[in-house]
Design a protein around this ligand. Structure first.
Ligand code: PBG
Length: 336
């Protein structure tokens, strides 16, 4: 027996009963403010040298390093599921890395060849290439390093420009500088325009934080920094106004889309960036966010599907128009 409360004897009769709108699934659908759609998703994918390679990344269950042949098959599937865009990351063998990342702008490099092949095999998919030196440098930093261990800004930007141009020449639809050097968006935009790549866009990692959530990604690429950390170029997790400054600069410099990274611990930043610009805002649901959900699900501690959908919906609710997520394929299947 439930205790008889005084309120059931005497109804409260508030004028507003918000629960009326939650009574049935249909009503809830009618008043739902945010809907996750496959059009919102961008799928980050890893390419490695060789043939017939599909190697699972230990800390990112369900994500693989694919050789080009298998990557093309996977992209064909991904495109069929309605995913519009992929973000490509290369695994570069140690013997092709050097201090200055010269392999990054090799016209016959892994990224350049992969982009060409994708644009031939699945021309409708939007290909976004990463512009940063870390997969290509022996030291694993995103830029050039001097003898004292300082990351050099302007010299790095010169190389990033070469890298972006080589990706554009290969057919990339968007280049995505993830390095956080100052002035790189402007330098890349100027160079692209000068070379006639006026329709190649820039997805700028504008507010990219120095985050421990990138750990699994660095495993995926074998690109963890060999010394120091990335705090002199990536942003301090404690700062919000600085994110708005970075976004403002990237817009002035010619960014087409601005991004906040990571996503889940930075929903307030996504929200503020959205209010500060009319450009599309992207959020990067990074490797550590992915790995935490996968690990907890494997332990049987959470409902994986619901947690994925809740997390991505929260990013959209915060203001993200686009979400880079390793869950893209799974979510596309869920939304079918
Ligand atoms: C490097 C880069 C990183 C990620 C994307 N590009 C790692 C880093 O900055 O060290 C992280 C992506 C992820 O964790 O999912 N330029």
């Amino acid at each position: 027996m439930l205790p008889v409360s005084s309120t059931t004897d005497k109804p409260l009769n508030p004028l507003q009963r918000p629960r009326r709108l939650r009574r049935t699934a249909t009503l809830r659908r009618m008043v739902r403010e945010t809907t996750l759609n496959v059009d919102d998703l961008i799928y980050p994918m890893f390419v490695t040298e060789g043939k017939a390679q599909k190697v699972e990344i230990a800390s990112m269950r369900g994500c693989y390093r694919y050789s080009l042949d298998l990557l093309l098959q996977e992209i064909a599937q991904v495109s069929q599921l309605g995913i519009n865009a992929i973000a490509l990351f290369p695994v570069i063998p140690e013997n092709k890395k050097d201090d200055t990342g010269t392999e990054s702008y090799n016209p016959q490099g892994l990224v350049q060849q992969t982009v060409k092949a994708i644009k031939q095999a699945v021309p409708e998919i939007v290909v976004i290439t990463d512009v940063a030196l870390d997969p290509f440098t022996t030291h694993g930093h995103d830029g050039l390093v001097d003898k004292k261990g300082t990351i050099l800004n302007d010299q790095t930007v010169e190389i990033l420009v070469k890298m972006a141009l080589s990706q554009a020449a290969a057919g990339a639809d968007f280049v995505a500088p993830s390095d956080m050097m100052d002035g790189r968006v402007g330098a890349i935009r100027k160079a692209l325009d000068a070379e006639g790549y006026i329709n190649v866009g820039i997805l700028a990692y504008s507010a990219k934080y120095a985050s421990a959530y990138y750990g699994p990604f660095r495993d995926a690429l074998d690109s963890a920094p060999k010394f120091g950390d990335k705090q002199t170029y990536q942003m301090d997790a404690a700062n919000a106004r600085e994110a708005l400054k970075e976004v403002e600069l990237d817009i002035v410099e010619g960014a087409d889309i601005v991004m906040v990274k990571p996503a889940l611990a930075y929903l307030d930043i996504i929200c503020q960036v959205k209010a500060a610009t009319n450009l599309p805002v992207a959020a990067y649901n990074v490797s550590g966010e992915y790995a935490m959900i996968k690990a907890a699900a494997e332990m049987g501690w959470i409902d994986e599907k619901q947690v994925i959908l809740e997390s991505l919906t929260s990013m959209k609710r915060a203001g993200a128009d686009l979400i880079l997520t390793y869950f893209a394929k799974e979510v596309a299947l869920m939304l079918l």
